[in-house]
Write a protein that binds this ligand. Structure first.
Ligand SMILES: [Zn+2]
Length: 788
């Protein structure tokens, strides 16, 4: 530290402006980026009085051909045109068409890196599965076969298929306020999920020769039409999920008679498809304190062995949902437990093959209920009658009331012993929370997923983080904590969060982890929990069963918290800047007392602290001085240095003091310590300052400074800190709460960064062809390898 005395009058702080450089105002308002408010979407972020949305009701009849692994079906869509516009054609989504060999999803795929191709080591080369998947994708046709599109009186309607979208031309325009019923017949082949990937598909179990089907995006679905995009018919390339309308569903699926089916909505014909024992257990489950097994493992194993001939039809109804998905297998074990609180009255259920146990029986349904209990606190009461978690090939995917989750225990191939890793356990709990959580965002707060991934994944991952916190202390969280996003935020090749779903690089970081960290910074550091939670809940309440856009979210958070957050959205959502605040230097000022005894002593002390010159060091004891041998040459000036107080000094002081008012004298005696602290913003993203100040007595305290401290200069600022006793250290962001990417420049005085260097022996075996040639041939081993 540098210590300088100053007179009180000289205390004047000015910010240095950088001449000639364009001023980058991080706090300029977002109006230039956000759409103009309307009576449909207001400036406060709420739906306006003219808000409208379309509606599509579905009646679907479909059957699963287990042997051919195919679905065929017919549907009647009743489309309600609530828009103010007359529509001359309708657009329908044909998502399965990404499984056509020539789909855009396939033809626009690029190779991210040549490394696995060129470096043929076992670590970097290509996996067998990846190769199989690439080859299979070239030939497998899982696209929709559209057999017919007809109006309500059975007359064919003209249609045109544009890759994953189908336009149906109407003989007359569908008038504003009118509705139209039409039907489609279709079929498609189901993809093997473990080979071709995807959000649905079948999984084959070689051990018992059974399949497990997870079926979604399986029927032609209405494209959304709304005030911001018109028809949302951006082609599906595989990443931007689904933009859908709400409606009521009446669905019948015909499957092999020994299958158990889980589906969106409530089962309508339990009497026809369940045994009386199963129906009884289901009734018990409603009020049970823990999951009740509806279809037991023993029953599932018995079904696995004897494939029944014949079929059964399961009927489900769901009200006010934006989609319908289902799962079917004779392998399913099924458990359930009711949960009631406030207006929530739900039956939580899990469906899983024996391969999921013991993990699934213990955790799945418990996690479903935990999710609803926690998410209700931050948004709204779960409104649907069921919430289902299914184990199958899909790692994690959400639909209304039902989701598909992957983690399972592992079975030792030789001993048959079943164990599960910590990763599998918390992976399962985490993915169930996440996918059940999607019921809130985007199944109910129905954002446009084809446009903005963060609006559902970001908000949902944030609530997942809160729900995981409430599961157990030190829950091993993969994302959320701001410190965990720091490496990504200083990485190369990022895109802003406000990037279209199909164009996002590093999706997991960009659309999940970064928005989650942003919301945690906003909740814990910027707004505080009370303001944040109120505003967030207000957003959920305003937009449940409606379709919000980013502007509606940004505006609601500001409107309900009473805080201008334009700088925050701009920095975190529209740029790839990161937080890196550096504490550059500190200068201490104490108030001069004017008393010559004090001031001259203070200056002498400073002088004495200066290092001794090397010349003086070398002369020490080696250079005889003349005045030492002839002391008569010494006089007054040999006795007094510049720091001697003279009577003249004293008189001047006394005169000056006599002229001061009492309050002025008091200020001189206060003895405050003042520090000018220089900060620079190296990352570009403006951040609040969280300053931990330690005083000489050991006392520590935190001073929180809002981000607006950067408004006059976003690059460099100087802050005055006044303390009662000397400050010995200052740390910016001591709890790592601001996502600061380089904490090594956060402390004054600088701290040494501890790290380790690992030493290892160099091991380089030389090729020894003679030795290899003479090695004994292991014939048995080769046979064994063949058998594996
Ligand atoms: Zn998700």
């Amino acid at each position: 530290m540098i210590r300088l005395p100053i007179g009180l009058a000289a205390l004047c702080l000015t910010m240095s402006a950088i001449a000639g450089e364009q001023f980058d105002d991080k706090f300029r308002q977002l109006d230039e980026l956000l759409p103009t408010p309307t009576t449909i979407r207001t400036a406060s972020g709420a739906p306006g009085h003219a808000y409208w949305q379309q509606r599509a009701d579905y009646t679907i009849r479909a059957s699963l051909d287990e042997a051919r692994r195919a679905i065929s079906g017919s549907e009647t869509i009743t489309y309600h045109n609530n828009s103010p516009d007359n529509l001359t054609y309708l657009w329908v989504q044909l998502d399965q068409n990404i499984y056509k060999p020539n789909s855009d999803a396939r033809t626009t795929a690029t190779i991210r890196s040549r490394d696995p191709w060129e470096k043929a080591s076992p670590e970097t080369g290509m996996k067998f599965d990846a190769m199989k998947s690439m080859l299979e994708a070239r030939t497998f046709d899982g696209g929709f076969n559209i057999k017919s599109v007809k109006d309500s009186s059975g007359r064919p309607l003209h249609f045109v298929i544009n890759r994953t979208m189908m336009r149906i031309d109407l003989p007359q325009a569908l008038k504003s306020g009118a509705k139209l019923a039409f039907s489609i017949e279709w079929s498609y082949n189901i993809n093997e999920q473990k080979v071709l990937g995807g959000r649905s598909g079948y999984e084959h179990f070689d051990e018992d020769k059974n399949d497990l089907f997870e079926i979604a995006q399986w029927y032609p679905r209405m494209a959304a039409y709304y005030d911001v995009t018109g028809w949302q018919h951006k082609q599906f390339l595989g990443t931007g999920e689904f933009t859908l309308e709400f409606g009521d569903y009446d669905v019948e699926v015909t499957v092999p008679s020994d299958h158990i089916v889980a589906g969106t909505g409530e089962l309508q014909n339990a009497g026809e498809v369940l045994t009386s024992a199963q129906r009884q257990r289901l009734e018990q489950a409603r009020t049970a304190k823990q999951p009740v097994v509806i279809a037991t493992q023993a029953e599932a194993e018995a079904r696995e062995k004897q494939h029944a001939s014949g079929t059964k039809t399961w009927r489900f109804k769901a009200r006010n949902v934006r989609d319908f998905a289902w799962a079917s297998s004779r392998k399913f074990i099924w458990d359930a437990q009711g949960y009631k609180k406030d207006s929530t009255n739900v039956l939580a259920m899990s469906f899983y093959p024996k391969e999921g146990n013991p993990l699934w029986g213990k955790y799945s349904t418990a996690a479903v209920i935990h999710t609803i209990n926690e998410y209700n606190k931050y948004s709204f009461d779960y409104p649907y009658p069921v919430a289902i978690s299914v184990n199958g090939p899909v790692g994690g995917m959400e639909y209304p009331m039902i989701c598909f989750n992957g983690p399972r225990p592992t079975k030792d191939k030789k001993t048959g012993e079943i164990t599960y890793s910590k990763q599998a356990k918390y992976g399962l709990i985490g993915v169930v929370i996440h996918e059940v959580g999607h019921n809130y965002f985007p199944m109910i707060v129905n954002s446009d997923e084809r446009q903005w991934t963060w609006m559902d994944e970001g908000l949902n991952s944030f609530l997942q983080y809160l729900a995981e916190q409430a599961w157990e202390e030190h829950y091993p969280m993969s994302r959320g904590e701001p410190r965990k996003i720091a490496d990504y935020m200083k990485s190369q090749g990022q895109v802003p969060i406000m990037t279209n779903s199909e164009s996002i690089a590093a999706l997991g970081y960009n659309a999940y982890a970064k928005p989650t960290a942003a919301f945690i910074v906003l909740r814990e550091t910027i707004l505080g929990r009370e303001l944040f939670d109120f505003a967030f809940r207000e957003y959920a309440q305003r937009w449940k069963f409606k379709r919000p856009t980013p502007a509606d979210f940004f505006r609601t958070m500001e409107d309900a918290s009473g805080t201008d957050l334009d700088w925050f959205w701009r920095g975190w959502f529209y740029t790839t800047d990161h937080v890196d605040v550096s504490v550059d230097g500190i200068t201490e000022y104490t108030v001069g007392t004017k008393n010559p005894e004090t001031e001259k002593a203070w200056r002498k002390a400073l002088h004495d602290q200066e290092p001794i010159s090397v010349t003086d060091q070398h002369n020490q004891g080696t250079l005889p001085r003349l005045v030492d041998s002839r002391p008569e040459l010494k006089d007054f000036y040999n006795e007094h240095d510049d720091f001697t107080v003279t009577n003249h000094d004293r008189n001047k002081y006394n005169e000056a003091m006599a002229g001061l008012e009492d309050w002025e004298k008091a200020l001189l005696k206060e003895g405050k310590h003042m520090y000018l602290v220089d900060f620079s913003n190296l990352g570009g993203l403006v951040s609040p300052l969280v300053l931990e100040i330690q005083l000489a007595s050991g006392k520590k305290y935190i001073e929180r400074v809002p981000a607006e401290v950067w408004r006059y200069n976003p690059n460099k600022i100087t802050k005055l800190i006044i303390t009662d006793e000397p400050m010995v250290s200052l740390v910016q962001d001591p709890y790592w709460e601001t996502a600061d990417t380089d904490v090594s420049n956060n402390a004054w005085p600088r701290r040494v960064t501890p790290s380790r260097l690992e030493l290892f022996k160099s091991k380089r075996e030389q090729d020894d062809m003679m030795k290899d040639f003479n090695e004994k041939l292991k014939a048995d081993k080769t046979e064994a390898q063949k058998a594996e």
